[in-house]
Design a protein around this ligand. Structure first.
Ligand code: NAD
Ligand code: 0WE
Length: 279
């Protein structure tokens, strides 16, 4: 039997309508879809497959050409522009969500930005402006989104963000983004402590390198991506499907007692003391 789904919307289960999803009845808002290679889109597909109803927000220039067609493909109607550097725009999106959906069960933050010139050369050369921009877009935006979403969140709601190993260890050229991710991971812990008493969980996934738009054109990325698969314990790269699976876990009751955590989805790379192909 078809319940709560129009004929135009594709089945989540390829016709097996009775399967119970881990996120049935949950409503999620996802920030950071740029295209179908985006980690945010991998997360969206996974959450949708488990029964979540989703909405999307991305920067305005991406909405009509990129985001709306992807949203349409999973029957999502909520698509709103937002530059996370603007408190007004964040407030507007959350207001629109309240009008359309009321509460918010899942908030996904999958975005980052630093100036290209700050992702090459020496970290010591990072300008004051470049530092502030990277930290504003990549770390402070999580705090701003959570604050403006707070009245929509309720016991059982989950917030998820995306980090990278460069937060913890030096990765050549990651530079100011590493500092921004360190701030992001610390923000996850402080937000988790703030919102924990309200039953709201806040976690991060630290993903291995994935060839998304944000990774394209990064000096040396291709080489690093290849070398990663040669040395990671699982001897492979990480996919957006891998990240989506972990996101389902962190956004569902399966992880009901986990908050303030950074979960590595990196084929084991971070456990290595000396990343080599031997052993
Ligand atoms: P992506 O390019 O698909 O997504 C990045 C998104 O950030 C884009 O949608 C872009 O529009 C958005 N964005 C940038 N500035 C913004 C602003 N001011 N307001 C609103 N949105 C803005 O790349 P991705 O790799 O999917 O990145 C998603 C997240 O995953 C980022 O936090 C990134 O740091 C993280 N991450 C990526 C990798 C990787 O190797 N690709 C690994 C670990 C973590
Ligand atoms: O977080 C990221 C990348 C985020 C990012 C990417 C860009 C490229 C385009 C932020 N800002 C910009 N600004 C641009 O102008 N990753 C985890 C992917 C990534 O980026 C690297 C990496 C990896 C991995 C940069 C250097 C070294 C490794």
């Amino acid at each position: 039997m078809l319940v709560g789904r129009t004929a135009a919307e594709p089945s989540r289960y390829g016709g097996q309508e009775e399967r119970v999803g881990q996120l049935d009845g949950k409503k999620g808002l996802i920030f950071g879809v740029a295209n179908d290679h985006s980690i945010a889109w991998g997360i969206a597909r996974a959450l949708h497959a488990e029964g979540a109803t989703l909405g999307f927000s991305s920067i305005e220039s991406l909405i009509d050409r990129r985001v709306r067609p992807l949203a349409d493909s999973i029957g999502a109607t909520f698509v709103e522009p937002c530059d996370v550097q603007s408190d007004d725009q964040i407030r507007h999106v959350m207001g629109r969500w309240r009008e359309e959906h009321g509460g918010l069960d899942i908030l996904v933050h999958a975005l980052a930005f630093a100036r290209r010139e700050d992702l090459e050369g020496a970290f010591v050369d990072t300008s004051r402006d470049g530092f502030a921009l990277a930290l504003d877009v990549s770390a402070y935006s999580l705090v701003a989104l959570v604050r403006e979403a707070r009245e929509l969140l309720h016991p059982g709601s989950a917030v998820l963000t995306l980090s990278y190993y460069g937060a913890e260890k030096v990765v050549g050229n990651y530079n100011v983004m590493g500092v921004a991710k360190a701030a992001l991971e610390a923000s996850v812990r402080y937000l988790a402590a703030d919102l924990g008493p309200d039953g709201i969980r806040v976690n991060a996934i630290s993903a291995g390198p994935i060839r998304t738009l944000a990774a394209a054109g990064i000096a040396g990325f291709k080489k690093m991506h290849g070398a990663f698969a040669d040395v990671a314990p699982l001897r492979r790269n990480v996919t957006t499907e891998d990240v989506g699976g972990a996101a389902v876990f962190l956004c569902s009751e399966l992880s009901g007692a986990i908050t303030g955590e950074v979960l590595y989805v990196d084929a084991g790379f971070n456990i290595l003391g000396v990343p080599t192909t031997e052993g």
